[in-house]
Design a binder for this molecule. Sequence first.
Ligand SMILES: Nc1ncnc2c1ncn2[C@@H]1O[C@H](COP(=O)(O)OP(=O)(O)OP(=O)(O)O)[C@@H](O)[C@H]1O
Ligand code: SF4
Ligand SMILES: [Mg+2]
Length: 345
Amino acid sequence: MSIEEISDAATAAAPAYGGAEPLLEVEDLRVRFTGRGRRVNAVNGLSYRLHEGRMLAIIGESGSGKSVSSRALMGLLPPTARISGSARFRGMELLNLSEREMRRHRGADIAMVFQDPARSLNPTMRVGVQITEAVRAHSDMDKRAAYERAMELLQLVRLPAPQRRFHEYPHQLSGGMRQRVMIAIALAADPRLLIADEATTALDVTTQAQIMELLLELQERLGMAIIMISHDLGLAASYAHDVIVMYAGRAVEYAPATTLFSHVRMPYTKALLGAIPRLERQPHALLPVTPGQPPDLTALPPGCPFEPRCSRAQQDCGQEAPAFTEHEPGHWWACWHPCEDGETE
Ligand SMILES: Nc1ncnc2c1ncn2[C@@H]1O[C@H](COP(=O)(O)OP(=O)(O)OP(=O)(O)O)[C@@H](O)[C@H]1O
Ligand code: SF4
Ligand SMILES: [Mg+2]
């Protein structure tokens, strides 16, 4: 697919506060893991553009390549990863940076919030110290100024009683509060792009909504862009401007959220959508979207990777993989026999 076309679509849909130049351009990103005689094709040609002030949701089942594709941008993959393609941040190619150069940008330009604050925060350090360290890692502030900046960040993420919490340990905070602290740490160096990888998945539904509201508010206030990674299409529908649905390391549908949810084309997206009201699911249950398993990433089939699970599959689907193409203005999908508006299963 052509990145220029995606860009035009994104630019056309960009809100007024978004710049004309994309903040991040990802083009034909591929990631393979090699080792022990195996080759895992984790990301198989992912392209998108993201503008300042926009929230892009990357949605897909477990193992679809959401985290790997984002960690590749941050230089956070192990040496067994072979990465190709391009990821330009404000025009700078991220995939060629040395570890030393990447360390300068990580946190300062692009920051990440992970699913599990219990693992990301140091349990033996008071939260205030962890935030001040993050502040000082990217600036030459003295202790006093770093303390003030840390308090400012805790207020920004609306941590209740920040003065008191500053001196507490992570285990003394609730899950939602820990996630707020993680967001404060991520914001320490005022990044232009925040990647939230399942950042609300471990939280109850009410806290999840509060954290998403907070991210949206911070995004508008600070003008940054957010990539929100989730397996929850409902969450994307509520908060994201644009949505990419991934399957087996590929983008299979991409559109502004309002278009995607009113004119769904990919049978896989439809299955994800169908799962939302149908399941009185546990808030964070992984979606059993449709029977069957995603394909083995060490041996991808020649045809459409969704074919064994697809209710619309026809004979030609297994022969050649459909290209990811802009079939309608701003709306991309990869399917030989797409769903039509108003169609029911
Ligand atoms: N270090 C690694 N070595 C080999 N394979 C890996 C490695 N890291 C990830 N993978 C594989 O890459 C594929 C994509 O993984 P990824 O973590 O991106 O999935 P995901 O979409 O984020 O899933 P989840 O929703 O469970 O977080 C998976 O098949 C995974 O097993
Ligand atoms: S190409 Fe065929 S198998 Fe693949 S999603 Fe479309 S209809 Fe289903
Ligand atoms: Mg993941």
